[in-house]
Design a protein around this ligand. Sequence first.
Ligand code: XUL
Ligand code: CO
Length: 478
Amino acid sequence: MKAGKIIFFLLCLNLVSNLAIAAGPPTCPADVASDCASDSGEWKGEFFPDIPKIKYEGPSSKNHLSFKWYNAEEEILGRKMKDWMRFSVAFWHTFRGTGGDPFGAPTKMWPWEDGTNSLAMAKRRMRANFEFLNKLGVDKWCFHDRDIAPDGKTIEESNANLDEVVALAKELQGTKIHPLWGTAQLFHHPRYMHGGATSPELGVYAYSAAQVKKAMEVTHYLGGENYVFWGGREGYQTLLNTDMERELNHMARFMEAAVAYKKKIGFNGTLLIEPKPQEPTKHQYDWDAATAANFLRKYGLIDEFKLNIECNHATLAGHSCHHELETARINGILGNIDANTGDPQIGWDTDQFMMDVGEATLVMLSVIKNGGLAPGGFNFDAKLRRESTDVEDIFIAHVAGMDTLARGLRNAAKLIEDGSLAELVRKRYQSFDSEIGAQIEAGKGDFDMLEKKAMQWGEPKVSSAKQELAEMIFQAAI
Ligand code: XUL
Ligand code: CO
């Protein structure tokens, strides 16, 4: 486990590893020179010439570049599938993931990449992103400021780089596409080694605020519907050198300032906290949904934030994704899902595409009970395996991920329409559907009255939990 955490820490860095490559003049890779105008670095023609627009062909189709279960316009439980799902592509995995890991070099040499972290390359990548979205039929995307535009030497330079790329993104978005959410990357640069909002250095706290301020502005400008805070380094490595109370207070003050700024600029998007227990820190302050909810309540922020639940983070916290979604839902703060999954044999944040229909069905049961996720949705915070290196694999992974969740939606709807699971649960609690039960639930069940009842009723009859029956009903639907 110790080794796993170290590996994961390095994998996290790898997410953005190519950002560390020094910016240089745009170049074109020798083997694709014919597609790349030598002086401007512009890409000519399509980025994915061999991939057609992905269509729904139904479950019997053998075409791997088609949807078998996701039929955007089809209605399930009175709502179009696309409106239940609200899918989004994560720019960092899809366009900045290199396949490099702590033991090996990048494996993905996408034809449009020229090996630089230049502005010209950032723009070319952005064009590839929009061709991808259009061909996949997804109208939302998510980004970190630093994965779409190169970091500069000063805040001003970084902001200018970001503005240039964002202007292009705005143009490419047209009227239909917009970000599901944007965020600031406060974990890659060495200045953030002790955290951003929880850094013991005042200068870093201020720098983080400046970065979040700008990231919020561009998210708003692009029509983003949400803004995410994932505090990868907001935590500690040892309590011996850490004033946890002071750091949490700082984090709360930071969040208050973010709320105030959001209101100041008229950004109506939802602010989302994304829990994760550890990696890269040993202990991340937003450990899980319950911890994040407690933080929000303690500091009076519960009405200003919702949660972005990531399934792989849930399993790292020792929960199921379903547990985290239900915890967020019953607290009224389920805002968005970072749709991915882990590997039970690995134990770190592998960020795989969710392919388990059972898991997807449980996820969708929560989403339906929540009445959907809007203005949130499903962001594919998932990356190709290091060994998947064909351009078409990017499409295949997203198609399979979308189909798995769509199948989950169909199954969850079946379970709800069938009603036997709900009936099993109803029966389990039916003793409370009584006068005394109602009294207890209304907060009027005092101990004197309950003692009298217990004596009057005598030894209670305790019924079976019917777990295997519940599992049988669930299995039959998937
Ligand atoms: C890291 C993670 C992030 C957030 C955004 O585990 O999930 O990519 O989603 O910063
Ligand atoms: Co995430």
